[in-house]
Design a protein around this ligand. Sequence first.
Ligand SMILES: [Zn+2]
Length: 208
Amino acid sequence: MAMPKLIPDQMEVMEILKKTGAYREGHFIYPNGQHTPHYFQMPLAFRYYDTARVLAVALSRKFRGEKVISSALPKVAIISPSPGGIPVAFGVREALNAEQIYWAEREEGKRRFRQYVNQGEINPCVIIDDITRTGKALTETVELVRELGAQAIGCGVIVRFTSAPTRIDNGDDGVPILSLVEFEAKWYEEGQKCAECEQTAPVEHVRF
Ligand SMILES: [Zn+2]
């Protein structure tokens, strides 16, 4: 019997995302008018315990390989920048046996924790999200924990668009964004020269 691989490769992760509907191919239009031939809706992969666990454990193994993180465990806080990252953050927390977990939400245009949640000491932070397209949510969350006197020592996502940076500035040397999939997204502004438009493929409007 073949030994299961410790970390599934990018193709295996994409198979899981496809199978669960979290990765979709077609002809999609965003509210801002951009057209794209692919769409990620990551909570679809995290609605199944089994696939959620495979993905979270795989991501946690990437962090185990980072000395700055493995040497800080279990005194680490796992932080989700938004509700979408919460199931990933809980899965990674469990796999790493990290002590704390937090999640931020956007309130009046600012990313923040719930009132009183940040009282007391926040351990060195690992920021975990389901997907990053621009790195903005990760960057804002690294800034948020810095304002609260904590240091981000890692960042990780299931899928990183290659349009996102590879590192996030944490006020020190910066931290790399670890990911299971590096995805090169295709965009067409307002449908200009969209290949699917040219094939008159039916469109699906997506909310964000
Ligand atoms: Zn189109």
